[in-house]
Design a protein around this ligand. Structure first.
Ligand SMILES: Nc1ncnc2c1ncn2[C@@H]1O[C@H](COP(=O)(O)OP(=O)(O)OP(=O)(O)O)[C@@H](O)[C@H]1O
Ligand SMILES: [Mg+2]
Length: 363
């Protein structure tokens, strides 16, 4: 074998990539519509609240900088500390996406903005030290050796100052394993307060996560006092929320250039609400995926079957547990337990009770 033969793979050994025989053919027009569907944001009332609270947070920062300029740091009084905004809600309600959008609209991702924000997703699971290390990495600081937790967070403060960054977003904070343990959770609260209270370089925080994050903040009055909140609630089958679901369906049908008149709208909205457990973002994803199925089938109207297939793919459920299937008592389907419901019943092992978080601090 010559060296050139050796280095040039035989044609049949080359990866066929997108042209592999099993790969479905994609049409450029449909691919474009799908992309359009998937990146279109559906504006909600909570977006206004979020923007409002974020604006308030930016105001407190500008008040601080104005006061430091006119009166000097030692005279700024209560303005001298950073503040925090906490966004709490169940998984899939849309916390990360709506924050991303709000940061964008406030220019907070702009490198030159005085409000520039660094956004970190807490690794899962993670310790306070690992979270600090993630912040350092996002700031481009090479973490080459094991550092102690307090050293990591001191470096975070130094690096934020070095890069002129005043805003830090910590997402998925519930991944901090230390939140489970009351004494460790105190350390988390102290670290967050330490960032806001730094004499030299106070930092303004945006904290987002699941509802247990709120429990931790509420457990520490000093932290709570420095926070404002936005709660993203689950939707419920009330008339208002069902109307929102209807607007979501119509909005995305329009985007995909699909008709919606043939859909049993009231029925579909109620089933969607149940299937998505009222999680707005997840519900939107189901609608988008179902409409993509109609597009791929080259129909100009979606069918209930598109939602049924989407739900099956999303949950792995059997037809009798599919909330979109005909002749099922969808209201009685436990949508969190559809993959192997019977096995679970048989194998059910009683789980140890979770310790309740009970911390009382600084009254
Ligand atoms: N208003 C919206 N318009 C369009 N898509 C949305 C909207 N809100 C959320 N989504 C989509 O829904 C999905 C879930 O949203 P997101 O990731 O923001 O939820 P989350 O609350 O952060 O969930 P988790 O706690 O699991 O991180 C994402 O695909 C997101 O793009
Ligand atoms: Mg998220």
């Amino acid at each position: 074998m010559t060296s050139s033969n050796y280095h040039t793979p035989a044609p049949e050994a080359q990866s066929p990539g997108p042209n592999a025989p099993g790969r479905r053919q994609r049409s450029a027009e449909i691919t474009k519509l799908e992309a359009e569907l998937q990146h279109t944001y559906f504006p909600q009332k909570s977006d206004e609240d979020l923007l409002d609270r974020l604006n308030d947070l930016l105001d407190t920062f500008e008040n601080y900088t104005d006061a430091v300029e006119t009166m000097g740091l030692s005279h700024v009084g209560r303005l001298k500390e950073g503040r925090a905004l906490a966004i709490v809600g169940a998984s899939g309600v849309g916390k990360s996406r709506s924050l991303e959008r709000a940061f964008e609209s406030l220019g907070m991702n702009d490198r030159k903005s005085p409000f520039r924000i660094i956004s970190i997703k807490a690794p899962s699971p993670c310790t306070l030290k690992q979270l600090g290390t993630s912040v350092l990495q996002a700031l481009g600081y090479p973490v080459r050796r094991e550092l102690r937790e307090n050293v990591v967070w001191r470096k975070v403060r130094d690096q934020l100052k070095l890069h002129g960054i005043r805003f830090l977003h910590l997402d998925e904070l519930q991944h901090l394993t230390q939140l489970e343990n009351p004494s460790d959770s105190i350390k988390v609260c102290d670290t967050l307060k330490g960032l806001m209270q730094d004499e030299d370089w106070p930092v303004w925080l945006v904290l987002s996560g699941m509802p247990n994050l709120a429990a931790v903040i509420e457990s520490d009055f000093q932290l709570r006092r420095r926070c404002t909140f936005v709660r993203l609630d689950l939707m419920t089958p009330c008339a208002n929320d069902l109307q929102t679901v209807q607007r979501i369906i119509k909005n995305y049908c329009k985007k995909a250039k699909l008709e919606h008149q043939n859909l049993p709208m009231n029925e579909l909205c109620s089933r969607l609400m149940h299937g998505a457990e009222g999680r707005t973002g997840y519900l939107i994803e189901i609608v988008q995926d179902a409409l993509c199925k109609a597009l791929k089938a080259r129909r100009n109207m979606p069918l209930m079957g598109d939602f049924e297939l989407t739900f099956e793919a999303r949950t792995g459920c059997r037809p009798e547990h599919n909330v979109f299937a005909e002749d099922v008592e969808w209201q009685n389907i436990d949508v969190r337990n559809t993959l192997f419901p019977e096995d679970k019943e048989e194998d059910e092992v009683p789980q140890p009770k979770k310790r309740r978080l009970k911390i009382v601090r600084g009254a």
